[in-house]
Write a protein that binds this ligand. Sequence first.
Ligand code: PRT
Ligand code: ZN
Length: 300
Amino acid sequence: MVRDPNRLSIAVQKSGRLSDESIALLKRCGIRFAFSKDQLFCYGENLPIDLLLVRDDDIPQLLRDNVCDLGIVGQNVAQEYALSNALRNGSSAYTELRRLDFGYCRLAIAIPEALPFADLDDLNGRRIATTYPAITRRFLDENGLSAEIVSLSGSVEIAPSLGTADAIADIVSSGATLRANKLREVATVVQSSAVMLQSAKPMSAANREFLDRLLLRIDGALQVKESKYVMLHAPRNAVEAISRLIPGAETPSILPLAGHPDKVALHAVCTETVLWEHLESLKEAGASSILVLPVEKMLL
Ligand code: PRT
Ligand code: ZN
């Protein structure tokens, strides 16, 4: 594939835990894609943005090699790459543009359930199996621990039962895999979510301008997920108190209510989750006719 310098290219995971949500986010930003026959490439039909569908582990290197401008990957993968390559050359491959609201997990240390554990010092002298040797090494160094790292390429959770390690440092989300392997979590090494990264290589002015527009849309799309539009009627003398009770709303609009000089209509965009408890306290403060509506699009 020949790279078109006038189109922004974004590397996303081809198939795995981040694929659907990465593509869904970009679609929510209004980009329509046509997939190539080999499913390795997506062509943006209405905007000059193309997707490269690759393995997640390849994304940091693709950014370093300037094969793509942007990439969506887990912080765990990005950090492991940055730490292990920092040893070889000082310059960084990417900058983190946005934290995204999916792919949440943590890199955690787990040990066999039966093994006693009082504090981190119990890891001294142990062998820890992981596919994240650089992040794990940093954690051990920061905590002044001396453990041996056993670097594996997969199936880390079975290392203790095979006898190749005493503990593991692996990605956990629900904890079901640890439980199934009779392991218990004893420390969090790092929290992670998906992030949007930008190649450290300079981009053309046209692409830079287009990236700014894309980021505005991404911010809007991220914000919109939690946002609700609240409409209610309020006694004039309770407007201030009621405004303070609306979760995450900055400046509500106050509109006159025809035929009710003592009342106003109050409209506000909430950036936090609106719970039933919020509505109950609004009602107690004098609000009536409370409506909560979903927000479809938002440009901040
Ligand atoms: O083929 P490719 O290399 O692209 O994919 P992959 O198999 O390397 O990655 P994939 O799709 O499994 O994960 C992609 C990214 O999703 C990871 O880099 C993390 O940033 C994020 N993520 C979120 C997770 C998990 N949750 C997760 N639960 N990545 C892996 N897991 C695995 C974990 O390794 C363990 O085996 O799920 C198991 C634990 O899950 P629980 O729910 O049982 O705790
Ligand atoms: Zn991978």
